[in-house]
Design a protein around this ligand. Structure first.
Ligand code: IPM
Ligand code: MG
Length: 357
C-alpha cells in the first residue's frame, strides 16, 4: 500500500518533531510493507516570511491532493504582533476549514509510567483515566462574525457563536460512533443555562443519541466539567463539545495526563483524509535545540495510520513502542525528573522508539 503524506513542519520545534516522526513512519513502513511519499508545504510563520501569507494556496492544494496531512506546530513571538488575518494561527484555522475537518479527536490518558508527572492527588491518580475529547472544529465562535465598532462606552469588539443543527448533528454522531468503540458513554458539555447555542446543542445531541440506544449520554455544564476533570477524571469516556470549550478543556485534559508533549490529535472530515498534529504548540523557547518531545507527533502519526489508512497493526505497533519507551524510563526534558533521570534529546527519544518498533 502506498500513501502520499503532506508535511507541514511549521515553526519553532515543528521541523524537529515532524522529521523525527517521518523516521518512525519509515520504520513502520519497512516493517508492515507500506510505502510513504512525503511532500512538504509551508504554513504559519515560515509561510508568512516566505510568501507574505500564513496559508499559501499551494499548501491548501497540496493538502487536498494528499492522502493525509501531518503537521508540527505553527506560530511564535516573531509573528505575534501581526493583525488577526495574518497571524500564523490563521493557517491552522484555514486548513481545518478548507479540508472540512469538523471532528477533532483528542485522546488523553494517564500513562502509568508517568504518574509522578501528574499534578493530581495520589488517590485520583490511582484510579487513572482514559478519555477521548471530541471537539467541534469548524464552527462556533472561532468562525462566527466578528468586528470592532463604536459602542455605548466607546470602541468595542464583538465575536459571535453560532451553531446549526447540521453541525451539531454530525459532531454528535462522530462522538457516539467513537463511544461504540470504547466504553459506550458520552458526556456532552455545554453552557445551556446561559447560551442559546448550547440549548440547541443539548436538544440536538439527545435527538441524535436516540439512534444509539447502546450508548449512555449525559449533559454537563462546562464550568462543572472543568472541575470534574481534575476531581474525578476517570468518570469521562467520550466527551463532545463545541470548538471553544473543546480548546480549553483539551489543554486541561493534557495537563492532567502529565505532559502536553504526549498528546496527539486527529482532525477528520467526511472522507478518509485528515490532519494529524500534536496538541502542543511550537515551543519557540526550545526550538532548534534538539530538546523537544517528539512523542505527541509520533502518536499523531499512529492515529493517521489508524484513521486515514486503516493500518491498525502499524498504528498499534507505534503506540506500543512509545509505551515501552516510557516504561523503560526514556524521558525527554519535559517529562523527566531532573534529579534522577537521564534526559534524552528529540533524536535520542526518536531512536528509542524506532528500536522498539
Ligand atoms: C489548538 C490551538 C489552536 C486552537 C490555535 C493555535 C488557533 O490552541 O489546536 O487547540 O485554538 O484551535
Ligand atoms: Mg488549544
Amino acid at each position: 500500500m502506498s500513501y502520499q503524506i503532506a508535511l507541514i513542519k511549521g515553526d519553532g520545534i515543528g521541523p524537529e518533531i515532524v522529521e523525527s516522526t517521518v523516521r518512525v513512519l519509515d520504520k513502520a513502513a519497512e516493517k508492515y510493507g507500506l510505502s510513504f511519499s512525503y511532500q512538504s508545504y509551508p504554513a504559519g510563520g515560515c509561510a508568512i516570511d516566505l510568501t507574505g501569507e500564513p496559508l499559501p494556496k499551494e499548501t491548501v492544494e497540496g493538502c487536498l491532493a494528499a492522502d493525509s496531512v501531518l503537521l508540527g506546530a505553527v506560530g511564535g513571538p516573531k509573528w505575534d504582533t501581526l493583525p488577526g488575518s495574518l497571524r500564523p494561527e490563521k493557517a491552522l484555522l484555514g486548513l481545518r476549514s478548507a479540508l472540512g475537518l469538523y471532528t477533532n479527536l483528542r485522546p488523553a490518558r494517564l500513562y502509568p509510567a508517568l504518574k509522578d508527572a501528574c499534578p493530581l492527588r495520589a488517590d485520583i491518580v490511582a484510579k487513572g483515566f482514559d478519555l477521548l475529547m471530541v471537539r467541534e472544529l469548524t464552527g462556533g465562535i472561532y468562525f462566527g462574525d466578528r468586528g470592532r465598532r463604536d459602542g455605548k462606552y466607546g470602541p468595542e469588539a464583538w465575536d459571535t457563536e453560532a451553531y446549526s443543527v447540521m453541525e451539531i448533528e454530525r459532531i454528535a454522531r462522530a462522538a457516539l460512533e467513537a463511544a461504540r468503540k470504547r466504553r459506550k458513554s458520552v458526556i456532552s458539555i455545554d453552557k445551556a443555562n446561559v447560551l442559546e447555542t448550547s440549548r440547541l446543542w443539548r436538544e440536538t445531541v439527545h435527538r441524535v443519541a436516540e439512534d444509539y440506544p447502546d450508548v449512555t449520554v449525559e449533559d454537563m455544564l462546562v464550568d462543572n466539567a472543568a472541575m470534574q476533570l481534575v476531581r474525578n477524571p476517570s468518570r469521562f469516556d467520550v466527551v463532545v463539545t463545541s470548538n471553544m470549550f473543546g480548546d480549553i478543556l483539551s489543554d486541561e485534559a493534557s495537563q492532567i495526563s502529565g505532559s502536553i508533549g504526549l498528546l496527539p490529535s486527529a482532525s477528520l472530515g467526511e472522507g478518509k483524509r485528515g490532519l494529524y498534529e500534536p496538541i502542543h504548540g511550537s515551543a519557540p523557547d526550545i526550538a532548534g535545540q534538539n530538546k523537544a518531545n517528539p512523542l505527541a507527533t509520533i502518536l499523531s502519526a499512529a492515529m493517521m495510520l489508524r484513521y486515514a489508512f486503516d493500518q491498525d497493526a502499524a498504528a498499534d505497533a507505534i503506540e506500543a513502542a512509545v509505551d515501552a519507551c516510557l516504561l523503560d524510563g526514556c524521558r525527554t526534558a519535559d517529562i523527566a525528573d531532573a534529579h534522577t533521570e537521564r534526559v534524552l534529546t528529540c533524536t535520542g527519544m526518536t531512536e528509542e522508539v524506532i528500536r522498539r518498533l
